[in-house]
Design a binder for this molecule. Structure first.
Ligand code: BG6
Ligand code: MG
Length: 216
């Protein structure tokens, strides 16, 4: 890649710490279902859609539920989660992410949100960053979840830029895998991210100049 034309952001765990809220909400639900749940297991849920996450938890606890029970528990988890995000403000942006998004926009590079969350629109509105995103992929319209590349390819298509000129930013292994499967440069936020092209421990380390140096 010679020039970055688009930066595609995951939301939960990259722009704001809602990954922690998803963890808390799933933990609460797992307790109600009498299934053991810890941070190590939670790593497998990061970036994964709501229903798929519930399936992983049920398999982990060797529990079988009917389709209507699954719907009931998935919506219960979402109710816990919605209570948690109700009070989000711009103060909940992760360190440095606003500055990083602003410098990308100032450089004339397009941006899109590639989040699997059906709550993404509410969260970005509460964070007051809607104007920093040219496009938002609608998770409800996707056929396949991360690690499938569909969401990142869709984001590149929506900003009208070739995927080979796009960079994806993710905190989840499923997300990094999706970015790589889409043929893009992957920035990983956090540790234990295999295949990421550039890993930063924290969002405060994200800088456009450093990113540009990495893609050369
Ligand atoms: C992803 C999160 O962004 O969205 C997952 O990393 C979450 O943890 C998924 O399960 C779906 O979110 P929602 O808000 O539609 O339940
Ligand atoms: Mg994430």
């Amino acid at each position: 890649m010679k020039e970055i034309r688009g930066v595609l952001f995951d939301l939960d765990g990259v722009i704001t710490d809602t990954a922690e809220y998803h963890f808390e909400a799933w933990k609460k639900l797992a307790e109600e279902l009498d299934i053991s749940f810890d941070r190590e297991f939670n790593e497998r849920l990061k970036g994964v859609g709501r229903m798929e996450s519930l399936e992983l938890i049920l398999n982990h606890g060797e529990k079988e539920l009917s389709e209507s029970e699954k719907e009931h528990f998935a919506s219960k988890k979402n109710d816990h989660y919605k209570t948690m995000i109700a009070n989000i403000t711009p103060n909940d942006l992760l360190p440095g992410i606003l500055e990083f998004m602003e410098e990308i926009k100032e450089a004339g590079i397009k941006t899109a949100l590639a989040s699997s969350s059906k709550n993404a629109q509410v969260v970005i509105e509460r964070l007051e960053i809607t104007h920093l995103l040219d496009e938002v992929v609608d998770a409800a319209k996707l056929e396949r979840g991360k690690p499938d590349p569909e969401i990142f390819l869709k984001a590149a298509e929506q900003i009208n830029e070739p995927e080979t000129a796009c960079v994806g930013v993710e905190d989840a292994q499923a997300g990094v895998d999706a970015i790589k499967a889409a043929g893009m440069f992957a920035v990983g936020v956090g540790s234990y991210l295999e295949k990421a092209d550039w890993i930063v421990e924290e969002t405060s380390q994200l800088e456009l100049k450093k990113l540009q140096a990495k893609i050369q």
